[in-house]
Design a protein around this ligand. Structure first.
Ligand code: E4P
Length: 220
């Protein structure tokens, strides 16, 4: 499976790239806008923070397919191996087809339904990003959407991977992985919650206390 961070926080990427087996970093326009750093400055910094591990994702903004293709070329001029995120609208689907013909890898984003996600894969997207928490927040079932999308891709577009997005809790992420999805992108705070729990810290502190009491040091 692939684990991504969903962030534009360069410092967080540097810190967590040291700890986690990261496959890369995803961003979206809201995440980039929140940091206020222009995308032409931000993306190379994120690329550098990742080191040689993983892929970077950034999203087009234009409303038309032709505009999205121009945006994609601009983004790829900033970071050459970048994967371009394209919202799965009618224009977005047309853009994914054009970008596929140019050999530019894409991710179909803003996916709220399994059939919508499948269409982006059929158009040529390499990744499809269903929005788990946002589907739940609308009264839908985000995990069910991921499960259906995963099955559809396996049957009809096996080249494409589910990259599940929009998480608020580690439990949502775990449920997606148990549903078989190949990759997830987590905000840094949710990723941190995967390895930090009071019981874990207490267990490690007890080991240290016992060792220190017996041998007068913390190291072996
Ligand atoms: C990633 O592709 C999405 O843009 C992102 O995960 C959405 O997350 P949010 O629902 O927390 O904004």
């Amino acid at each position: 499976m692939e684990l991504y961070l969903d962030t534009s926080d360069v410092a967080a990427v540097k810190t967590l790239a040291r700890i986690f087996p990261l496959a890369g970093v995803t961003t979206n326009p809201s995440i980039v806008a929140a940091g206020k750093t222009p995308v032409g400055t931000l993306l190379p910094r994120l690329r550098e923070a990742l080191g040689d591990q993983g892929r970077l994702f950034a999203q087009v903004m234009a409303p038309t397919a032709e505009g999205m293709v121009s945006d994609a070329r601009r983004l790829r001029a900033m970071v050459e191996d970048l994967v371009v995120k394209v919202p799965v609208t009618a224009e977005g689907l047309a853009a994914i087809k054009l970008l596929k013909a140019e050999g530019i890898p894409t991710l179909g984003t803003a996916v709220y339904g399994a059939a919508q996600g499948l269409l982006s894969a059929l158009a040529g997207a390499e990744y499809v990003a269903p929005y788990v928490n946002r589907v739940d927040a609308q009264g839908g079932d985000g995990i069910q959407t991921v499960t259906e999308l995963h099955r559809l891709l396996k049957m009809h577009a096996p080249h494409a991977k589910v990259l599940a997005a929009s998480f608020k809790t580690p439990r949502q992420a775990l449920a997606c992985l148990l549903a078989g999805c190949e990759s997830i992108t987590l905000p840094p705070d949710v990723a941190q919650q995967l390895i930090s729990a009071p019981a874990v810290d207490a267990a490690v502190a007890k080991f240290e206390h016992d060792w220190q009491s017996a041998f007068g040091r913390s190291a072996i």
